[in-house]
Design a protein. Structure first.
Length: 95
């Protein structure tokens, strides 16, 4: 179940996927979708998505973490935790 607090994160994830795919975004992003399977992201697109999210949200994604995260929900939860830990994260405006 999606909460209102994560909706903006899902929008940021969809936008980052569009950046990674050079403007082609999925029609919608749901917490239970897998990055590689359901969204068909290549490993390069996963890396580009992570970089776009770091820039967009002002957080750092630990090296290799993007390959351990399998679903959009896992990614949203990971980003929410990173935003909470980063005092200067631009993601604070998402809450």
């Amino acid at each position: 179940m999606m909460t209102l607090a994560t909706d903006p994160l899902l929008e940021a994830i969809a936008a980052a996927i569009a950046d990674a795919r050079e403007g082609v975004a999925p029609p919608s992003v749901h917490r239970d979708q897998t990055l590689a399977g359901d969204l068909d992201l290549s490993s390069l697109e996963v890396m580009k998505t992570a970089l776009a999210l770091e820039e967009r949200l002002g957080v750092t994604i630990e090296e290799g973490a993007e390959f351990e995260i399998s679903t959009v929900g896992d990614l949203a939860d990971y980003l929410a935790a990173r935003i909470a830990m980063a005092p200067n994260a631009r993601g604070a405006v998402l809450a």
